[in-house]
Design a protein around this ligand. Structure first.
Ligand code: NAP
Length: 444
């Protein structure tokens, strides 16, 4: 039997799923759809550009496309260019691997002011995402990241670093130029609970605290009186790192100060049209463990506020969705209706399956689980898909004016980025505009 599977989303979770499929069934045909002409999703546009060793996972993921039965079909937007019914009509199974493309909001006064944005958008900008808007950092001296997870740590580190240390990344030249001109003096990381509740991980925290030229300001009271008997290793290490940084004398020239503020949350962003300050309210936990107001107030002058309070997935047209949990309801990757019935031939992997948690590697075992169920569900005696059914889908897309890009198109983009990098004595410089990416795809 010759089966075929459509994967929607060419990020790490989708590519790990494709790899798992070919490892288990080398004869299966796989088409991987993405709305961008560039594969690798959050690995390209979310993992911090200075985390080059994680970025190198792309080399292993690119091998997915070496198998001749795997095809990249970029520039195809699910729900717009191709529908759920189109895919279910042409393939034996569909795997949704679209991640979490939106962010949570604070829902406080002033959140719409200029200078208030999400860390997700800011990360997209410095990662050269073609949809990202430009950020001007001229005149920005004080930045506040709300939330104490790894995304907050990432944006703080990128802003804290001397821009010369970022030359070795693949950031677009326009972004590097802006970071070189920037003169951020104060970076605030604000956590609504205590240091012992922070979500960041020790490797990422240590890297931030050790940034050359960065002084650390952390209230010792926030690190006192914590019952450390039952803390896990991650949390104990975080606390040791914070204590060490807070008590360490800083020698050398201070370029920037990192202010860690726990037991605080923003209540209001103030300013005429642009953010000028943030009113923080003190917090404590009530008897039920809920974050409540402690009555303390302080106002911090700030030019840029980055919400780093988590991502959220958006519903896919026609596909089952649990709005409360922000995921496609599923049983170990098998898509379910809101009532818990199985949606035959539909599967999920990655953040749309389990929520926005975990590192790139988490997606490997997650994808394996889904693929094991998918293969077990395939009918050994029949197949929905044929070469003809897939050709009909290609004709339908062509009739809609959709012309998918290929993996060869991506390789052309990659080569152009390497060439651009050479012009600036860098290994690679990302191309960040739609028109340049499309021109490269059309120059076949
Ligand atoms: P996260 O780890 O869930 O952290 C979100 C932070 O925002 C928490 O401190 C949370 O506090 C806070 N928060 C949530 N809602 C809030 C609100 N309404 N007001 C104030 N604070 C609020 O999310 P993330 O940083 O976006 O990271 C997402 C995932 O990507 C994580 O698994 C992370 O480890 C991973 N990631 C990894 C790396 C890396 O490995 N280098 C880099 C980036 C991201 P509470 O705890 O009180 O809810």
């Amino acid at each position: 039997m010759s089966w075929s599977v459509a994967v929607v989303g060419a990020g790490p979770s989708g590519l790990f799923a494709a790899q798992s499929l070919i490892r288990k069934r080398p004869d299966i045909h796989i088409d991987i759809y993405d709305r961008l002409p560039t594969p690798f999703g959050l690995l390209r546009y979310g993992v911090a550009p200075d985390h080059t060793s994680i970025k190198s996972v792309a080399v292993a993921l690119a091998r997915t496309f070496e198998a001749e039965q795997v095809h990249f079909r970029g520039l195809v937007h699910f729900g717009k260019d191709v529908t759920r019914n189109d895919l279910l009509g042409a393939y034996d199974a569909v795997i949704y691997a679209v991640g979490a493309s939106e962010d949570l909001r604070l829902n406080i006064l002033g959140e719409e002011l200029i200078g208030s944005t999400s860390a997700r958008e800011f990360v997209a900008w410095y990662s050269g995402h073609p949809d990202a808007r430009d950020y001007g950092l001229t005149g920005v001296t004080s930045v506040m990241a709300v939330g104490v997870g790894n995304v907050a740590v990432d944006v703080a580190r990128i802003l804290a670093k001397d821009a010369r240390a970022l030359d070795s990344t693949d950031m677009p030249e326009t972004v590097l130029g802006e970071l070189r001109r920037a003169a951020v003096r104060d970076i605030w990381l604000v956590g609504r609970r205590g240091a012992q509740h922070a979500k960041f991980t020790p490797v990422e925290l240590r890297e931030l605290l050790k940034t050359p030229g960065l002084a650390v300001d952390c209230d010792p009271a926030d690190l006192d009186g914590i019952d450390e008997d039952h803390l896990d290793r991650r949390t104990s290490t975080n606390l040791s790192l914070l204590r060490e940084a807070q008590s360490g004398a800083f020698d050398g020239e201070v370029r920037c100060t990192l202010h860690l503020r726990f037991w605080r949350r923003p209540l209001e962003l103030r300013g005429d049209s642009e953010v000028e300050s943030v009113v923080l309210g003190g917090t404590r936990l009530d008897d039920d463990g809920r974050v409540v107001d402690s009555g303390l107030r302080e106002e911090i002058p700030t030019d840029l506020v980055l919400r780093a309070i988590g991502y959220r997935s958006v519903p896919l047209p026609g596909v089952s969705f649990d709005a409360d949990r922000g995921i496609v309801p599923n049983s170990e990757g098998r898509v379910l209706t809101p009532d818990g019935a199985i949606c035959p031939r539909e599967y999920v992997v990655g953040w749309i399956k389990r929520g926005p948690i975990g590192v790139i590697g988490t997606n490997k075992s997650d994808a394996n689980q889904t693929v094991t169920h998918l293969l077990a569900d395939l009918d050994p005696n029949s197949s929905v898909s044929t070469v003809e059914s897939r050709r009909r889908l290609s004709d339908t897309l062509a009739a809609r004016g959709v012309s998918p890009s290929s993996f060869d198109d991506w390789k052309r983009i990659e080569k152009a980025e390497t060439n651009l990098g050479m012009q600036h004595e860098r290994d690679r410089t990302k191309i960040e505009t739609w028109h340049e990416l499309l021109d490269l795809c059309r120059s076949r």
